[in-house]
Design a protein around this ligand. Structure first.
Ligand SMILES: Nc1ncnc2c1ncn2[C@@H]1O[C@H](COP(=O)(O)OP(=O)(O)OP(=O)(O)O)[C@@H](O)[C@H]1O
Ligand SMILES: [Mg+2]
Length: 231
């Protein structure tokens, strides 16, 4: 089976070589756990290979995000990296052509339509939606959300892109069941110190390392220590 690198060596090891392309994965974790950083690693890995990648931010303004990511040495100004800001703004501003945030907030369907339009026009290989939480909160009905989310995954699958979605919601959600893989970023207290740990919870179609492995966020991004364990 073909694999694509997440851009984080230790994580690729945990995944038995990397992600299976053309599928959707969930990156879960608390605030500041490194979800966005991990996703940027994944996208920049594509850019390094000359691929066009799409990043959609729903909470952190794109300018601030780029500032932080530049600081970590990521080439977010590369034209192959397309960043779309879908965060709420005071004034009505258009993000996707003819699309306003207020319309996003009205429903997941609008976001799906906008993403599809974008994917039809250009050839992207990797897509990130960061985070999905906001969308989920705009949908009142659980069943409706499930149906829409599943429909979205099916639609996206047609474009042959590898999709990473981040989620702040820590409990098990519907997404966990519907995606092909789940990666969790956690924190632990060990001897009065906070230790970060990464765990592959599920990975359809592949064997994987089920051990929680320590990771660090440094000035160069995320580093996963795939040979170490958390005491
Ligand atoms: N140079 C650095 N050295 C060490 N840690 C850093 C550095 N730069 C940023 N960080 C850490 O990275 C974390 C932010 O990572 P990131 O934005 O990817 O997390 P997140 O899970 O997406 O957060 P949020 O829930 O706010 O979206 C912060 O906890 C910050 O302390
Ligand atoms: Mg984030």
């Amino acid at each position: 089976m073909t694999r694509i690198s997440t851009g984080v060596k230790g994580l690729d090891k945990m995944l038995n070589g990397g992600l299976i392309p053309g599928r959707a994965y969930l990156v879960k974790g608390g605030p500041g756990s490194g979800k966005t950083t991990l996703c940027i690693h994944f996208l920049m890995e594509g850019v390094k290979r000359g691929e066009k990648v799409l990043y959609i931010t729903l909470e952190e303004p794109i300018d601030i995000l780029k500032e932080d990511m530049r600081e970590m040495g990521f080439d977010v100004d590369n034209p192959l990296f397309v960043g779309i800001d879908a965060t709420p703004v005071k004034e009505k501003r258009s993000f996707f052509e003819g699309m306003h945030y207020e319309e996003f907030a009205k429903g997941f369907n609008e976001l799906i339509r906008a993403i599809k339009e974008r994917l039809e026009g250009e050839e992207f290989t990797r897509v990130v939606i960061d985070p999905i939480t906001m969308i989920k909160l705009t949908m009142k009905d659980e069943l409706e959300y499930r149906r829409t989310f599943l429909g979205f995954l099916k639609e996206i699958a047609k474009y042959n892109v590898t999709l990473l979605i981040t989620s702040e919601i820590y409990e098990m959600g519907i997404e966990d069941y519907l995606v092909s893989g789940v990666i969790e970023l956690r924190t632990f207290e060990v001897g009065g110190k906070t230790v970060r740990g990464i765990k592959v919870v599920k990975f359809r179609g592949s064997d994987f390392d089920e051990t929680i492995r320590p990771y660090k966020i440094t000035g160069n991004g995320i580093e996963v220590y795939s040979e170490e364990t958390i005491m």
